[in-house]
Design a protein around this ligand. Structure first.
Ligand SMILES: [Zn+2]
Length: 260
């Protein structure tokens, strides 16, 4: 499931392909993904250009020349494919056609992705109550956001209204790197532990982004490549276990991440 690092890649992909070209057609073959009618998309997009892209949390937002914004959420399997021919990929459920015959296709085999139309970036963030982007977090904000929380730390990291961009896989990685059991209630974490966790938020995201951009494997000390029950813990002690936390399949090492 695309999280902040993957969505960072999609933003770069759009920057390299789909900006500053006049939009001449919109194809919306699937209404489940489209969060506005075809007519509304046409009215907002036709004869406009994408002037810039932004990423906030797990969303890519494309601002048009008329200041309206086209927003993509990638669900489980969403991705972009840019083409210079009209053979549209099988799972392309939203396609923008440009005057130079380029096409930006939003492919989404499992159809959990969404395409929204918004009046502005600010309006979209407000309407969807998006929290601060994980890359914009500082320690003080992190502590302030988490201090009133009573549920599990894993649940808090996944809450997009609190912090936007961290998903299931990299929340597990941050907790593994900090040796925190995913089920630990936030209010049981000491200030020192919370600081240590914050210190892993950006490095984990940046390491994943770098690994994807440079097509390098993740470090051997990472949990992410060992996400199956019974796998050897990358720290060399214990076996990886799977359990449900905050309704999500969670991987951790019971030896390294003791429950307190
Ligand atoms: Zn371990």
């Amino acid at each position: 499931m695309p999280e902040l690092p993957e969505v960072t890649y999609y933003k770069k992909y759009v920057d390299a392909t789909a900006l500053h070209q006049e939009i001449v057609d919109i194809q919306v073959p699937d209404s489940k993904i489209a969060q506005a009618s075809k007519k509304e998309f046409e009215e907002a997009l036709l004869h406009q250009k994408f002037e810039k892209s932004d990423r906030h949390g797990k969303y890519v937002m494309l601002t048009l020349s008329n200041d309206k914004v086209l927003v993509f959420h990638f669900g489980m399997t969403g991705s972009f494919e840019y083409l210079k021919h009209d053979k549209i990929p099988k799972y392309a459920y939203f396609t923008v056609v440009f005057s130079d015959n380029g096409r930006l296709c939003f492919t989404c085999p499992r159809k959990f992705g969404k395409v929204y139309l918004a009046e502005s970036l600010g309006a979209f963030k407000k309407e969807h109550k998006l929290g601060i982007d994980a890359m914009d977090l500082d320690l003080e904000t992190f502590q302030k956001l988490l201090s009133p929380k009573r549920g599990s730390i894993k649940g808090a990291l996944l809450d997009q209204h609190l912090i936007a961009g961290i998903g299931n896989m990299y929340a597990d990685e941050m907790l593994f790197q900090t040796k925190i059991h995913p089920n630990t209630p936030v209010n049981h974490l000491s200030e020192v532990t919370l600081k240590a966790l914050f210190k892993n938020v950006h490095p984990v995201l940046e390491t994943v982004i770098k690994s994807q951009t440079e097509e390098d494997p993740l470090p051997n000390t990472y949990l992410t490549p060992h996400r199956h029950p019974g796998a050897d813990c990358p720290n060399g002690n214990g076996k990886i276990k799977k359990m449900k936390v905050a309704g999500r399949s969670t991987y951790f090492c019971p030896e390294c991440q003791e429950e307190k």
